[in-house]
Design a protein around this ligand. Structure first.
Ligand code: PEP
Ligand code: MN
Length: 270
């Protein structure tokens, strides 16, 4: 705890750099829902999702263009084409766009096309990439490494902060444990713990944390209950048909329920 407090002191010294994009803000005390497909497969599905988000008053859309797949034989996203669709749909529906950066080669293109960068669990330890992102002023969501301690996660974030980029959001997405029924073990305690320590937004990703679509609603409600700053959720009109992370993808109706119930529980707790 002693060294944690030192790290926390430095992180709060940098301070969260609040930003407004497309009229929207992510704040530590607010509750931001970010939803969309794991991976963008076509423009039409993305548009159906965008329209649904608008009707639900959800202002942030996620979608993978460059995917890091465990097997090199699996579909790894449509790259630039998907980024173009996300950019276009984001403009058309005034949605803030979020997509994962997997290689610094894509940094310039992603800065141009996407509103918020996502650093996935596999790249939390990619310090050269974090340093490069730190040199930009692009908002970034930093996921926790799947085998990383809280201290390691905070130290990784410092690679970004140190370079002057404090538009930083933390995202807990589960860690590896001995169980294999859920995809990961959701470290829900990390959320109120970090929230009580650092004055930055901390969101939760129940999709990658659990890997099971029937758990996404209850775990989302739990995430809202412990004071998270928001949720990152994989949702699609026909979850069974998607090529990536189908088992953890929820349908749009469930997303609506989660959005309503998480906001209701926050209201109740406040
Ligand atoms: C993602 O959110 O698109 C993703 C790849 O998640 P993770 O890095 O947590 O596995
Ligand atoms: Mn996914």
């Amino acid at each position: 705890m002693k060294s944690l407090n030192k790290i926390v002191e430095r992180i709060n010294g940098y301070g969260y750099d609040r930003f407004v994009v497309k009229g929207q803000e992510i704040t530590p005390d607010g509750f931001t829902v970010i939803a969309g497909p794991c991976t963008i497969e076509n423009r039409d599905d993305l548009e159906v999702i965008a329209k649904h988000l608008v009707t639900e008053n959800i202002s942030f859309i996620r979608g993978g263009a460059h995917k890091l797949r465990t097997s090199p034989n699996d579909f790894a996203g449509l790259g630039s084409t998907a980024l173009d669709w996300l950019q276009e749909i984001g403009k058309k529906y005034n949605l803030v766009t979020v997509s994962e950066i997997t290689d610094t080669e894509h940094l310039d293109e992603m800065i141009e096309k996407i509103d918020i960068l996502l650093v996935g669990t596999r790249n939390m330890l990619n310090y050269p990439m974090l340093t490069k992102i730190g040199k930009t002023r692009k908002p970034v969501i930093l996921k926790r490494g799947m085998s990383s301690t809280l201290e390691e996660w905070l130290l990784a974030s410092e690679y970004i902060l140190k370079e002057g980029n404090s538009k930083l959001i933390y995202c807990e997405r589960g860690i590896r444990t001995f169980d294999s029924i859920t995809r990961n073990t959701y470290d829900i305690s990390a959320i109120p713990l970090l929230r009580s320590k650092v004055n930055f937004p901390v969101i939760g990703d129940p999709s990658h944390a659990t890997g099971l679509r029937e758990l996404i609603r209850p775990i989302s409600i739990a995430t809202a209950s412990v004071g998270a700053s928001g949720l990152l959720i994989e949702a699609h009109p026909t979850p069974e048909t998607v090529l990536v992370d189908s088992r953890q993808t929820i349908d749009l109706q469930t997303l609506s329920t989660i959005n309503e119930q998480s906001k209701a529980i926050i209201k109740l707790l406040n």
